[in-house]
Design a protein around this ligand. Structure first.
Ligand code: PMP
Length: 405
């Protein structure tokens, strides 16, 4: 018997990326890596977490912290989040909030909730790789979400129907997206809301980087815009996914979903079936740290990351050869580079690691159709300014050589 023959068809879609082997080399100390989109561990609020875990384990709290808890999530944390969401334009009840194990779990659950095989998910080309992976398990087709002025809404519906399903949702990270660092402006968000109204589909708004704005005016979340139009969260088609991973810590795996109550009610059942609830003690700790220092900590992060963003943009202007283009993010962790046509980001990575000891992520994997091979993603969150300048200069050197070959 071969156990592989027991796998469901959806398992066919689980594929390890070919760049993983290369990225394993990144632990070596002489490599400057712009690959991982991860927070700088030196900036974790470690003392606040020590205090919060000590409190969660004290005589008063330990019975609760170490026990099973409700699937909806720890109530004081949902209360804190209701206030936080009100602060970004989405007043809501605690019953509109589900705590998830990171926002990655939210994406998995939303795929599971909405996608039947053959249904269509609209995503940006490129989009967050983890969202493609999460949705893929539910055997959808992907279509390219275009928020330009002349997007063709009826074409989406026709293509979805021809594929034997319908458009169930549009997924996007509207602020400082992974991988491009770009932000959808208010007009683009309004067009998306119109489009979703016409298609009668949901919107999944991924707010993973929402709090990390370094300059420019904050733009209302899509859910806030829709709520302002409709006046009632229960009438909204936007589902907001939030995360503490980029602000407080990814290791605790705490994220949240805000949506109309019938959506939350179904997701609660899904969570019961999947993992009962997110770890109780981590929810207590996140709540303790959020209460103690969320705003102060995020403002420290903004100062540190914006200096790194500035260092990277200045170094790119100094070192990139003619014909290379890049985004100028107002927040988040990423700069997205478009290489001259015909260049291959994966081949460049191989060379960059071997010849210059600098690493990044090739962009092709972020495209649902496998295009975009002449793109790469650089993360500036986990290197100091001096390393950023040195790394970008090395990248410039290898690029120049690759272009002249
Ligand atoms: N959405 C986006 C856009 C991300 O970049 C990430 C993490 N890289 C996630 C969601 C998932 O994060 P987490 O599960 O840690 O909340």
């Amino acid at each position: 018997m071969k156990l592989e023959e027991m796998f469901a068809t959806r398992a066919d879609r689980l594929k390890a990326s070919e760049i993983r082997e290369l990225l394993k080399l990144l632990d070596q100390p002489d490599i400057i890596s712009f690959a991982g989109g991860i927070p700088d561990p030196a900036l974790f609020p470690a003392q606040a977490f020590q205090a919060a875990y000590a409190q969660a384990l004290d005589a008063e709290h330990q019975a609760k912290a170490l026990q099973y808890s409700v699937s909806e999530g720890y109530l004081p944390l949902r209360e804190w989040l209701a206030e936080h969401m009100a602060g970004i334009g989405v007043p809501c009840d605690v019953d509109n909030i589900l705590i998830t194990s990171g926002s990655q779990q939210a994406l998995d659950y939303l795929g599971k909730l909405m996608l039947s095989p053959g249904d269509t998910a609209l995503v940006n080309w490129p989009t967050y790789l983890g969202a493609l992976a999460a949705f893929n398990a539910y055997e959808p087709r992907f279509d390219r979400l275009d928020l330009g002025v002349n997007h063709g809404v009826s074409d989406y519906a026709e293509r979805a129907e021809a594929a034997g399903g319908r458009v169930k949702f549009a997924y996007l990270s509207a602020d400082f997206s992974n991988p491009t660092g770009e932000t959808v402006d208010a007009a683009g968000r309004a067009r998306l809301l119109d489009m979703a109204e016409t298609l009668d589909c949901a919107i999944i708004e991924d707010g993973a980087y929402q709090a990390l704005r370094y300059d420019g005016e904050a733009i209302q979340p899509i859910l806030a815009m829709e709520l302002a139009q409709k006046g009632d969260l229960e009438a909204c088609r936007t589902i907001y996914c939030g995360s503490f991973s980029k602000t407080l810590s990814p290791g605790l795996r705490v994220g949240w979903i805000v949506a109309a109550k019938p959506v939350i009610a179904k997701l609660v059942l899904m969570k019961q079936a999947a993992d009962l609830h997110s770890p109780t003690i981590n929810q207590l700790a996140i709540h303790g740290v959020a209460e103690a220092c969320f705003d102060r900590h995020v403002s420290n992060l903004r100062a540190a990351y914006s200096a790194r963003r500035d260092a990277m943009l200045a170094a790119l202007a100094d070192h990139m050869p003619e014909g290379v283009e890049w985004t100028k993010p107002e927040g988040g962790m990423f700069v997205w580079i478009t290489l001259p046509k015909g260049m291959d980001g994966a081949a460049l990575l191989d060379r960059a690691i071997r010849e210059e000891r600098v690493a990044f992520v090739p962009g092709g994997a972020f495209f649902a159709d496998g295009s975009g091979i002449n793109t790469i993603r650089l993360s500036f969150s986990n290197s100091g300014e001096a390393a950023i300048v040195e790394g970008v200069s090395r990248l410039g050197a290898v690029l120049r050589r690759a272009l002249s070959d």
